[in-house]
Design a protein around this ligand. Structure first.
Ligand code: NAD
Length: 486
């Protein structure tokens, strides 16, 4: 097993992780193939992890199945006791894990600390309370309706908020009484090893949480297709979600999908442009734009186009891009060269399709040639058919769209295959809420309304079909049986 730094410094050595975590112990992979994990800020290999196989998945599923009856049979209070211990242990390791994510994802250290590690701690604790309060049985006329754990859960997660996304699945699944096989993103898997170590440290019963690393097309699909898996919970791209739905169909297992987005922020004509632009820059550029709920389309009144252009440009130019360990950096690099190149290609397509580049562009920010940095970018003079308006870019790129009427603003916002997040700004909160209710979106931020881990989180349309967090997040992992009583 490897070692995680106990401070926020950079480490020069390459960490080798050779084992999966299966049945409560560290098991060598069936394959000697490995996957390199890069330090996003430096563009160098920082670790290797196993490129797992179908045989590794079989072992992990067998362990999860064997552990299921005993785990499901525990009292919920005993199960959530482990979640509380995990939250405490995560808090003890907070700085070390934040440093790991700072390197493997490129999120600035302070943000890593608060969001990448702080949020999962809160989710563990909140889920414990929710699961304790939940009513698992209900009398409906002559029926006793019982909510039971669905079984063995395959959890497949992305790299952008990797520990948050993993914990948002693992915490409620464990609380519900499910056992888990988790596959983190091959791009940023190190934090998942840290979570497995936490479960090992707190003495979670063997087989209840299993970790297999590898590629989506091998390990991921083997998990999805496996007859021993009862449910797949997936966060990632819409393309992968579509494939997962198709593969899972053979075994008719439950599939919960949390997918991509292209989320709009509507500035109503009475909104304060400075407040909108500040919020928009925060919501678009957080984590270098690699945020599924990023508000990447700023929809503004045509009459105030020039004003919004000027302040959106200024807001983007005020975002300090730099080394994620430098406390002055607001955003760091993108996660990988692949992601940086994708984002640059999208910026090029915006220019080629005739949008006006207000600021940013394809060149690396000054002095940041190593690592995967991209300038905060703003486009205007866009049309709804442009790729930069329609497609998820997953980088620090904001596009401005203009409207003449409120109905047109709503139509532009809803003109997307996605529906994960949206925002509405107005001087009149009731007016913003009325517009928010007309948006096809799983979440709508009204003015500066904050992200809430107690509220259900998920998307509509091609942004997905599941709901994580809060009570709905627990219910995703429960199966319903009705006993008809005499
Ligand atoms: P991705 O779809 O490439 O990968 C996500 C995970 O799925 C990885 O673990 C990957 O190995 C696995 N995977 C890929 N193909 C698979 C397959 N055929 N079968 C099984 N598993 C497979 O996504 P990414 O690049 O890691 O993450 C970015 C995407 O995730 C963006 O589209 C973003 O919007 C989305 N996302 C959504 C949410 C949400 O809650 N809705 C949150 C974060 C990220």
């Amino acid at each position: 097993m490897g070692v995680i730094s106990n401070n926020a410094s950079k480490e020069a050595s390459v960490l080798t992780r050779a084992n999966h975590f299966i049945d409560g112990t560290w098991v060598p992979s069936e394959s000697t193939e490995t996957i390199e994990v890069t330090d996003a800020g430096r563009g160098e290999v920082m670790a290797t992890v196993p490129s797992g196989t179908t045989a590794d998945v079989d072992k992990a599923v067998a362990a999860a199945r064997a552990a299921f009856d005993a785990w499901a049979g525990l009292d919920v209070a005993e199960r959530v006791g482990y979640l509380k211990l995990a939250a405490e242990e995560l808090a003890r390791r907070q700085n070390a894990i934040a440093a790991v994510i700072c390197r493997e994802v490129g999120t600035p250290y302070a943000t890593s600390n608060v969001v990448q590690v702080g949020l999962p701690q809160m989710t563990l604790s909140a889920t414990a309370e929710i699961a304790l309060d939940y009513r698992y049985t209900e009398r409906i006329y002559n029926s006793l309706v019982v909510k039971k754990p669905i079984g063995v859960v395959a959890a497949i997660t992305p790299w952008n908020y990797p520990l948050h996304q993993l914990v948002a699945k693992v915490a409620p699944a464990l609380a519900a009484g499910c056992t888990i096989v988790a596959k983190p993103s091959e791009v940023a898997p190190l934090n998942a090893f840290a979570l497995a170590e936490i479960f090992e440290t707190i003495g979670l019963p063997r087989g209840v949480f299993n970790l297999v690393t590898g590629y989506g097309t091998t390990v991921g699909e083997a998990m999805v297709a496996h007859a021993g898996v009862d449910m797949v919970t997936f966060t990632g791209s819409t393309a992968a979600g579509r494939r997962i739905g198709a593969v899972a169909a053979d075994t008719i297992k439950r599939v919960a999908l949390e997918l991509g987005g292209k989320s709009p922020l509507i500035a109503l004509d009475d909104a304060d442009p400075v407040a909108v632009a500040t919020a928009s820059a925060g919501a678009c550029y957080l984590n270098s734009g690699q945020t599924c709920i990023a508000l990447t389309r700023l929809i503004v009144p045509a009459a105030r186009k020039a004003e919004y252009e000027a302040i959106a440009k200024a807001a983007a130019e005020s975002v300090v891009v730099g080394d994620p360990f430098d406390p002055t950096s607001v955003i760091g690099p993108l996660v990988s060269d692949v992601q940086r190149d994708r984002v640059r290609a999208m910026i090029t397509s915006g220019i080629d399709e005739g949008a006006t580049l207000l600021t940013g562009g394809v060149e690396a920010p000054d002095g940041l040639d190593a690592g995967y940095y991209v300038r905060p970018t703003v486009f205007t003079d866009t049309t709804p058919d442009m790729r930069i308006v329609k497609e998820e870019i997953f980088g620090p790129v904001l596009v401005l769209q203009t409207y003449e009427t409120e109905d047109e603003a709503i139509a532009l916002a809803n003109d997307s295959v996605y529906g994960l997040n949206a925002g509405v700004y107005s001087a009149d909160v009731d007016r913003a809420i009325a517009v928010g209710l007309r948006l096809d979106s799983g979440q709508v931020q009204i003015n500066d309304g904050a992200f809430n881990i107690h509220a259900p989180f998920g998307g509509v349309k091609q942004s997905g079909n599941g709901r994580e967090l809060g009570v709905a997040g627990l219910e995703d992992f429960l199966e319903t049986t009705a006993l008809q009583l005499p």
